[in-house]
Write a protein that binds this ligand. Structure first.
Ligand code: F6R
Length: 244
């Protein structure tokens, strides 16, 4: 628990940077699972600063984003491809081929194969070295909505009403929010060697408390992280307010 999200984000960015540098020394890739949304923005800002001011290179970084709305064009304002370019990728030296984000432009019949390939690509690299997460007010991680199983794979998911309400502002109204998204499953998140979940603000306090202190249940997918051996919730004081 940190006094504010800025200090917390700097600590998280430092951990990611150390991992990238360590793997570079070993001449190995750092395989990162990344999130979008408001929670990781300051972490990405700090990583960009470290790239510009401290020579942190992303040449050995391979990324897998958690999710993308479906359908979605990559240049659309709500696209997570666009988000990642604006918030991180356009400002660092990551090779374009090293970036993986679920493809919102696929025809529906191509999605199962795409999802299998996405998981296989992660497996072939030996799994994710690090997974960055946010948490939904309904306890989702990625777009693994309540009901998602611990061994769920990358797949097309129907969005929960609370997720759509939270996305309404980006889409210009609830009725315009896309009904589906492609999300990495819980399985790859649980097999990541290190997991950090970020939560800032009072509106996250209840889902954080249920995830950390409640029973492990598919009703709150983030609660599965209680069973991960190297997962940390990084919170500001308001997001931690409902913990006992
Ligand atoms: C985003 C994602 C979601 C968000 C969560 C919190 O890629 O997978 O699970 O992390 O909805 O969103 P913010 O950070 O906007 O509160």
């Amino acid at each position: 628990i940190y006094s504010d999200s800025e200090k917390a984000s700097k600590a998280v960015a430092l951990e990611i940077a150390s991992l990238i540098r360590e793997r570079a020394k070993e001449k190995k890739p750092a395989v990162l699972g990344l999130a979008t949304g408001s929670s990781p923005k300051k972490v990405y800002q700090e990583l960009i600063r470290m790239h510009k001011e401290e020579g942190l290179s992303f040449k050995n970084v391979i990324t897998f984003n958690l999710d993308e709305y479906y359908p979605m064009q990559p240049d659309a304002i709500q696209s997570y491809v666009r988000f990642m370019k604006e918030q991180l990728f356009d400002h660092v030296d990551i090779p374009l081929n090293n970036i993986n984000i679920p493809d919102g432009t696929l025809s529906i019949e191509k999605i199962p194969e795409f999802c299998r390939d996405y998981d296989e690509k992660i497996e072939k690299l030996g799994g994710l070295d690090f997974q960055l997460l946010g948490i939904g007010r309904n306890g989702h991680i990625g777009f693994n909505e309540p009901g998602s199983l611990i061994n769920s794979r990358t797949r097309l998911m129907t969005l929960d009403i609370s997720t759509k309400i939270d996305a309404a502002i980006d889409f210009g109204g609830l009725e315009k929010v896309h009904k589906k998204a492609i999300t990495m499953g819980i399985d790859k998140i649980m097999h990541a060697k290190r997991v950090i979940l970020l939560a800032w603000g009072e509106h996250k306090a209840e889902s954080v408390a249920r995830a950390v202190e409640g029973p492990v249940t598919s009703d709150i997918p983030a609660s599965y992280l209680q069973q991960h051996n190297n997962a940390t919730f990084i919170l500001d004081e308001t997001a931690a307010a409902a913990l006992t």
